[in-house]
Design a protein around this ligand. Structure first.
Ligand code: C2E
Ligand code: MG
Ligand code: MG
Ligand code: MG
Length: 281
């Protein structure tokens, strides 16, 4: 096709292609360098227990302090990290960072870390986790790994083995972005998950239509029936919060309660909450 367009076009495509490859290689080098130089920061978004609205955990969310582009969000670099395989060293960094940070938290809060599909397929995830726990001193039951349904779709037969071995360490497994993937229901039964995280897109819609609200209610009931905890993600309004509390959702996360915070700010929030508890038991 391109050939029929003549020599000039060939040339044009060639140059474009070259440019794109070149750009990509630059981005990959940048990402590699960022990992080596420690340009990443782990933010932590508190998760609240619905019974008393106390913080009982936090999710680790990556941020990149890019030297020229400013603070970058995961959607701006995770896809490239996954394509290039750099998510494996980056994921190991964030996991260790989160374990060391959480080991300092009071009140036995749980720290969640997102895992990418590639990390699940790479042989030494188990060892990486064992050493992160051992080196940081964080008890295994205070670490939760979040895995999306999409990650399970790319499974090979050893994914279940890996997850079962991880479970046997005593850590927790959460299915992330539940409802947005494909083979959700059988995955929930076949894999050793402790927690379902309902994707924020369902929460955003729940006060807008009865249909959306019904889906959220059904997901909460499903979790309960399977004896799993259920977290609602992306709780942005008081109205959503009240609906979720009434529906019996066990845990809540979202901008209405708190944005993701740098480690120091989370620690400050935890101390403040502890002082308030002591004053008002
Ligand atoms: P996720 O694991 O589903 O994380 C929840 C996302 O929702 C986070 O976006 C969080 O900041 C955002 N969020 C929380 N509350 C609200 C709310 O009330 N409203 C709205 N609109 N959004 C809310 P973030 O930090 O941009 O991360 C996006 C995704 O990037 C994550 O989705 C996760 O899939 C991925 N990600 C983040 N950190 C890591 C990491 O360390 N490793 C891997 N593999 N993926 C990561
Ligand atoms: Mg997550
Ligand atoms: Mg999610
Ligand atoms: Mg998500």
């Amino acid at each position: 096709q391109a050939k029929a367009d003549g020599r000039g076009t060939w040339c044009f495509y060639g140059v474009e292609m070259d440019k794109r490859l070149h750009e990509r290689r630059n981005q990959e080098d940048e990402l590699r360098q960022a990992i080596a130089e420690g340009q990443f920061e782990a933010y932590y978004q508190p998760r609240y227990l619905s019974e008393d609205m106390r913080i009982n955990g936090a999710e680790t969310l990556l941020r990149w302090h890019h030297p020229s582009r400013g603070l970058l969000l995961p959607e701006q670099f995770i896809p490239l990290a996954e394509e290039t395989g750099l998510i494996v060293p980056l994921g190991e960094w964030v996991l260790r960072e989160a374990c060391f940070e959480a080991a300092n938290w009071t009140d036995d809060l749980v720290v969640s870390v997102n895992l990418s599909p590639l990390q699940l397929r790479i042989g030494d995830l188990y060892l990486v986790i064992v050493s992160a726990l051992g080196d940081s001193g964080l008890p295994a039951n205070r670490l939760e790994l979040e895995i999306t349904e999409t990650a399970l779709l790319q499974e090979n037969e050893s994914t279940l083995d890996v997850l079962n071995r991880l479970k046997s360490l005593g850590l927790r497994l959460a299915m992330d972005d539940f409802g947005t993937g494909y083979s959700s229901l059988s995955n929930l039964r076949n894999y050793p998950f402790d927690m379902i995280k309902i994707d924020g897109s369902f929460i955003a819609g729940m006060s807008l239509s009865v249909e959306n609200h019904s889906i959220v209610k059904a997901l909460i009931d499903l979790g309960r029936g399977l004896r799993m905890r259920v977290t609602a993600e992306g709780v942005e309004t008081l109205e959503q919060l009240n609906l979720l509390l009434a529906d019996g959702c066990s845990e809540l996360q979202g901008f209405h309660m708190s944005h993701p915070l740098p480690a120091k700010e989370l620690s400050a929030l935890l101390s403040k909450a502890r002082l308030a508890d002591e004053a008002n038991p």
